[in-house]
Design a protein around this ligand. Structure first.
Ligand code: ARG
Length: 512
């Protein structure tokens, strides 16, 4: 791994998202680390415990209750690779501006590699004074490299450090999540391609409205996902700005070179204002919004799959591998993935709302409230990742019942507007045509609503007749939707081409 290209993902063995959250929820403040780490803490507590990195002006150590509330290690340790990448860049810059010798830089770089290996392999021993990943890495680097390590934090504050790490983490995470969205889009396209000429009722108000091709319906979700990718890519652009060099809030009296660290870390831009650099969490809020809206889209797909899989609709059969059974009712096959896709949206919206409320009214610059950004972001990313993967598998294995869909779509009433348009083509003003057909529908429904009676009334009506009645034949209405972007077979290939082009463009810009 190079500083320019820190790896994506967490990769902390024995750590990671679930672990961090699990421990957090359990409330066991002491059990933050893996096995090895824990025993390390025990040993150190017996007398030779390192002090907090900021101990200088303090006489006593921190109270346990403060640590329990204040420490963020249990969730921010998943950023260790990004923290190490940031330190590599920082120390290289310090050397190039003459604040470290080449030998000191090399000793720190070596120590950082040791720390990385220890963390990668789950051998890193956390101690009680490691309140977050930044202090843990720096403490260990100093243990390993002595006086050179003590220079690592020169001109740097955890305020610019933490937000550098989080921007690196978010940038990589957005790339991965975009690829998962693209994968679901491809799956929708594959299902659309396999759907041939299948059609189903299109709904408004969840009332049968007009028949639509299944392929068209599936890509409606695909296009919403394309906008989600767009939003994530856009959020990534504003994430891709280096705050390193802002220090605690005001920059430095030392000859730091923020442009150099930015370029070493592969950031596209450098901060313009040090106060803003350490206080800004817009990129987190924007990412949370993009994920919340993505989650809302997935919840809408989920809701439809739940409806379609019900006995009442019967449009789709779920694969055994992507559905669940009931503990009591042997006949049940439940769409749990779709329900969770629907349910998780609440959590994603909650994470966004929570962060916005945290940010509201915060004075410049850094405040500890900002530590609240990470769990929300990590949770939303983890939630979306799981949901996308499961939903992708579910959609890929759906088996559609073309007969059930056609039977529901072939109600002659779904083609009522075709009758009105038939009249429009013969010069009848649309409002009048609407009223004429509406009257026939009303009479037919009053007489029991059967297909035969309605078709007969259309044939008998002198303004309509047999040519108009032919429009009510099963499957006739869907093929007549020929306007650009419409639901019939005519415009399909144009839409499909545009979607394929969009997928490719997005893959190219994300690099997938
Ligand atoms: N753990 C902290 C956070 O997540 C790191 C920054 C701490 N800065 C400070 N001045 N105490 O925000």
């Amino acid at each position: 791994m190079t500083a320019e290209n820190p790896p994506a993902g967490d990769g902390v063995p024995g750590g990671g998202a679930e672990c961090g959250r699990e421990e957090l929820r359990s409330g066991e403040g002491e059990r933050r680390d893996g096995g090895g780490a824990e025993s390390g803490r025990e040993e150190l507590r017996s007398g030779d415990e390192p002090q907090q990195l900021w101990h200088g002006r303090f006489e006593g150590g921190p109270a346990e209750a403060l640590r329990a509330l204040n420490d963020s290690l249990m969730f921010d340790r998943r950023m260790y690779r990004h923290d190490i990448a940031g330190s590599r860049a920082h120390v290289s810059m310090l050397e190039s501006v003459g604040l470290l010798t080449a030998g000191e830089r090399d000793r720190v770089l070596e120590a950082l590699s040791v720390v990385e290996a220890e963390m990668d392999e789950g051998r890193f021993v956390f101690v009680a004074s490691d309140e977050d990943i930044h202090t843990a890495v720096e403490r260990r680097v100093t243990e390993l490299s002595g006086p050179a390590g003590a220079k690592l934090h020169t001109g740097r504050s955890r305020n610019d450090q933490v937000v550098t790490d989080l921007r690196l983490w978010t940038r990589a995470e957005i790339d991965e999540l975009c690829l998962l969205v693209l994968r679901l889009q491809q799956t929708l396209l594959d299902q659309a391609d396999g759907a041939d000429d299948l059609y189903l009722p299109g709904y408004t108000h969840l009332q049968q409205a007009q028949p639509v091709r299944l392929a068209h319906h599936l890509l409606a979700h695909g296009w919403a996902l394309a906008r989600d990718v767009d939003r994530l890519v856009d959020a990534r652009r504003r994430t891709d700005v280096s705050p390193l060099g802002a220090g605690a809030l005001a920059g430095s009296s030392l000859p730091l070179d923020p442009a150099q660290t930015a370029s070493l870390l592969g950031f596209a831009a450098v901060f313009d204002n040090s106060l803003d650099a350490v206080a800004d969490r817009d990129f987190v809020a924007e990412t949370l919004f993009a994920l919340a809206l993505l989650g809302v889209h997935l919840s809408r797909m989920g809701e439809e799959l739940i409806l379609w899989a019900s006995a009442e609709f019967g449009f789709v059969e779920l694969d055994d591998g992507f559905s669940t059974g009931s503990s009591m009712l042997p006949q049940k096959k439940n769409p749990d993935i779709a329900e969770l896709a629907r349910g998780k949206a609440g959590r994603l919206i909650g994470n966004l709302t929570g962060l916005l409320v945290t940010l509201k009214g915060l004075p410049l610059a850094y405040n500890k409230d900002l530590q609240e950004d990470k769990e929300a972001l990590f949770d939303s990313c983890d939630t979306i990742r799981l949901t996308l993967l499961a939903l992708d598998g579910m959609v890929a294995t759906l088996r559609f019942d073309g007969q059930a869909m056609a039977a529901a779509a072939d109600s002659p009433y779904s083609a009522a507007v075709d009758l009105a348009e038939y009249l429009v083509e013969r010069g009848v003003p649309f409002r009048e045509a609407h009223a004429i057909v509406g009257g026939l529908v009303r009479d037919a429904l009053a007489g029991g609503g059967g297909r035969e009676a309605f078709v007969a009334s259309v044939i008998e009506d002198p303004r309509l007749g047999p040519a108009a009645a032919a429009l009510l034949e099963p499957g006739a209405a869907v093929v007549r939707r020929h306007t650009p972007g419409g639901a019939g077979p005519g415009p399909w290939s144009g839409q499909r081409d545009a979607f394929v082009t969009r997928l490719q463009t997005d893959r190219d810009r994300i690099g997938g």
